[in-house]
Design a protein around this ligand. Structure first.
Ligand code: ATP
Length: 114
């Protein structure tokens, strides 16, 4: 039970301190509203939920790695740069994959509107 408390505290901490996390949440809310508006199918909801959770989970891991790096050293170091850039790339890959999924689901429905 306590580990749930610690995990939720970590979630609140990341949401409170990370600007990128707020962008992900806004994007997730917009996609959810679009999902209800277009009455997407259960399988499509499944893909959307998986994408939203993957991006937020990846951003949480990226935030944890960034904080660990900053704790290890305040100095500039090529290894820290490489580690931070690779962790950021993981978020980028997940976000781009999610964008493709959103386009596959919503683009045909959007085209039908016009
Ligand atoms: N200690 C460091 N040594 C070398 N490069 C770093 C270091 N910290 C960040 N960088 C690099 O600087 C660039 C900008 O990083 P970022 O936008 O994350 O800002 P930051 O201030 O360094 O990070 P933070 O979000 O932890 O404040 C990235 O390429 C990152 O890898």
């Amino acid at each position: 039970m306590r580990s749930f408390y610690y995990a939720f505290r970590g979630l609140a901490n990341a949401f409170g301190s990370e600007f990128n996390m707020r962008i992900h949440v806004v994007a997730a809310l917009l996609v959810t509203v679009a999902g209800f508006y277009f009455k997407i199918a259960a399988a499509e909801w499944g893909m959307i939920v998986l994408c939203i959770c993957s991006v937020i989970a990846m951003e949480l891991i990226n935030t944890a790695i960034e904080k660990l790096c900053n704790h290890v050293t305040a100095e500039q170091h090529p290894a820290i740069k490489q580690i931070k850039d690779i962790a950021a790339a993981a978020v980028l890959v997940t976000a781009l994959g999610s964008l493709v999924v959103a386009l596959i689901i919503f683009l045909p429905k959007l085209i039908l509107l016009f």
